[in-house]
Design a protein around this ligand. Structure first.
Ligand code: ATR
Length: 277
């Protein structure tokens, strides 16, 4: 029996148990995956004592991702790049290892749905927002060789800070200039919380967009955000946020349970149904 869990504070909202328990059952693996509320002040100690708790590892969600990064003894480049970790496991020597699988989750979904996403490159990739999710996604595009990334953020200083951290090819833009980004961009990604639960509006219309532009949202409640709907109305290709959530779970499951699981339409349906309740 192998046990793993997801920790966060609060943790009730997490969909990770639905994903991992689906895979455990589907592949007939004797294991468990539950959610545990861990206060920030207790998080480091929890992570250091995974073995004593009988845990092979855990996922980590807000606000504990930076603590996970700090606590881990071995950090994959994905975690180093973001300064935060969402997946922890123990290696053969019992050392606490950390990865950030958000980059993998987003890029895998993009590659899968839009394998030709590099088609109009030469044009920039535009990122809306400058938080942790933006950092993970910028790292993904940079690793994929994209040399022209624009960051639009309400608080310009955060965009500047992020652009400086990534260096050449990544630049900060004024928030208001997001309105003209569809015309210029090959790919646009909303990483802000705008549109979550139907709240807020990015205010972008896609009438004069580059017709090849791929419009992505990392918000997945609702699955079709206003942002994506507007892009679809103008005939643009879109990418919803749910695929990132599903794919980011893959590397952790493989580390703990020893089998690389698949993101399938059946899994997607089950998670979608859970979002509707
Ligand atoms: P995460 O780490 O999950 O990406 P975060 O660090 O809280 O979350 O970042 C949220 C992003 O949404 C930020 O880019 C934030 O902009 P600021 O840096 O200016 O705070 C953006 N955001 C949230 N609400 C917004 C709003 N009403 N208008 C514009 N941007 C907003």
């Amino acid at each position: 029996m192998i046990d793993a869990c997801v920790i966060g504070w609060p943790i009730e909202h997490s969909r990770s148990p639905i994903i991992h328990n689906y895979w455990l059952k589907h592949y007939g693996i004797k294991g468990s995956y539950d959610k545990r509320a861990v206060k920030p002040e207790d998080a480091s100690q929890f992570m250091k004592t995974l073995n004593e708790k009988g845990l092979a590892g855990c996922n980590v969600t807000v606000p504990l991702k930076e603590i996970a990064f700090e606590t881990a003894q071995i950090k994959e480049s994905s975690a180093e790049a973001v300064g935060a970790a969402n997946t922890l496991w123990l290696d053969e020597k019992g050392r606490l290892c950390a990865a950030n699988t958000d980059t993998y989750g987003f890029m895998t979904h993009l590659e899968e749905r839009h394998p030709n996403w590099r088609g109009t490159l030469g044009r920039p990739v535009s990122i809306l927002g400058a938080g942790g999710a933006a950092r993970a996604i910028i790292y993904g595009f940079q690793k994929a060789g994209i040399e022209n990334i624009h960051i639009y953020n309400r608080t310009l200083e955060r965009a500047v800070e992020l652009a400086n951290a990534f260096g050449d090819g990544v630049s900060a833009r004024n928030w208001n200039d997001r309105l003209s980004s569809p015309r210029k961009s090959a790919v646009i990604v909303n990483t802000t919380t705008i549109g979550m639960n139907g709240k807020g509006d990015l205010g972008i219309d896609f009438k004069n967009a580059n017709p090849e532009c791929i419009v992505c949202d990392i918000v997945y409640v609702p699955l079709e955000t206003e942002f994506l709907k507007r892009a679809q109305t103008e005939g643009l290709a879109t990418l919803d946020g749910l695929g990132m959530l599903l794919h980011q779970a893959v590397p952790g499951f493989e580390k703990w349970f020893g089998l690389r699981p698949k993101v399938t339409p059946a899994l997607t349906t089950i998670v979608l149904e859970s979002l509707e309740t």
